[in-house]
Design a protein around this ligand. Structure first.
Ligand SMILES: C[S@@+](CC[C@H](N)C(=O)[O-])C[C@H]1O[C@@H](n2cnc3c(N)ncnc32)[C@H](O)[C@@H]1O
Length: 210
């Protein structure tokens, strides 16, 4: 049992029932990924949650290994795959740093990197699992540059929620720190996009060096 799984197991029902924040931006990200992926690709998804992204991309690739520390999240993904008749997504329990070795044509991490205390180590392991020339695609929370409501919530509200077990570990990543960490792990960043409006999530498309 992974230590960080406890929190996510506990909130799996609530997470599964909550709507996708910013559906239009999510669809745009999926479309961009469909452009980049090909039908022969094998894909590793880290922190797949209830499998929404893996199941949406499954028709566009050969196989997806969808991993997460939380078995409760994975069980929901398995149920959704069965209901959809999707047979090319395998759900496996693992930490981002000890996922199956692959290597894979693409590794995906949505809403994950800011939740990992040892991010540099995880990125080094991700690089080992990405084929030379393969893709690493991350969408993750970055600290807003302005001191807006979200910034203040992270400073004041989040520590309280963490203290009472209502929020997980949360790294206050700047966009430049995140880019530097991904580059240090052996990737070349080829595209970055910020979500529209006040949504502080950054999508990074990076390619592993040959
Ligand atoms: C915010 S949810 C995102 C789920 C999904 N990727 C999405 O975008 O809806 C974060 C997920 O990462 C998982 N997780 C947290 N820490 C992890 C780690 N170190 N390795 C793998 N998965 C992790 C949690 O169990 C949870 O399912």
């Amino acid at each position: 049992m992974y230590k960080s799984a406890k929190f996510w197991d506990r909130i799996a029902d609530k997470y599964a029932a909550s709507p996708i924040r910013n559906q239009a931006a999510y669809e745009a990200t999926l479309d961009r990924m469909r452009d980049l992926l090909s039908p022969t690709d094998t894909v590793l998804e880290l922190g797949c949650g209830t499998g929404t992204t893996a199941l949406a991309l499954a028709p566009s690739v050969q196989h997806i290994t969808a991993t997460d520390v939380s078995d409760a999240m994975l069980d929901k993904g398995r149920d959704k795959a069965q209901a959809a008749g999707t047979t090319n997504v395998e759900f496996l329990q693992s930490d981002a740093a000890d996922a199956p070795a692959g290597p894979f044509d693409a590794v995906l991490a949505f809403n994950l990197l800011h939740l990992i205390p040892e991010m540099d180590n995880a990125l080094a392991e991700i690089a080992k699992r990405t084929k030379p020339g393969g893709l690493f695609i991350s969408k993750t929370f970055c600290m807003p540059e302005q001191r807006n409501m979200i910034w203040w919530f992270i400073q004041l509200g989040l520590p309280v929620m963490q203290a009472i077990g209502k929020a997980p570990y949360f790294a206050e990543l700047s966009t430049s720190d995140l880019d530097a960490a991904i580059t240090k792990a052996g990737f070349t960043i080829v595209e970055t996009t910020m979500a529209p409006g006040k949504d502080p999530r950054r999508t990074i498309i990076a390619r592993r060096a040959y």
